[in-house]
Design a protein. Structure first.
Length: 126
């Protein structure tokens, strides 16, 4: 099986020892995205804005891989405050249509750079 690194200059650059995504066969494994503005590499302010920025960052990497939200089969959401879950659902509805991907929402104590939300995804390309 062939593997390739997926990189988008429209999404935040990796800030550690990882790739934005790895494509193995027709499956794309995306690294977690936090709400960094790719231009400034600073966090955006406000929970809803952070959630939108994470989806926009994921979208850029998906597009670099030749995919889109319709190709997502699994989405993991990490939240520092689970009371924001309804907002995540509302924002997610702007990006996904049925059938929705499998999903986990996990409460965590902290995220990189003080982010309130982080997400990663797995895509299967047709």
């Amino acid at each position: 099986m062939s593997k390739s690194v997926i990189n988008s200059d429209k999404a935040p650059a990796a800030i550690g020892t990882y790739s934005q995504a790895i494509k193995a066969g027709n499956t794309v494994y995306m690294s977690g995205q936090i709400p960094l503005d790719p231009q400034t590499m600073e966090l955006v302010e406000g929970f809803e804005a952070q959630t939108v920025q994470v989806f926009e960052n994921l979208k850029c990497v998906m597009e670099a891989a030749g995919g889109s939200f319709k190709d997502v089969v699994k989405l993991n959401i990490f939240l520092t405050d689970l009371t924001h879950f309804a907002t995540v659902n509302e924002v997610m509805g702007r990006y996904f249509q049925q059938p929705y991907p499998a999903r986990a929402a996990i409460g965590v104590a902290a995220l990189p750079k003080g982010a309130q939300v982080e997400m990663d995804a797995i895509l299967v390309l047709e």
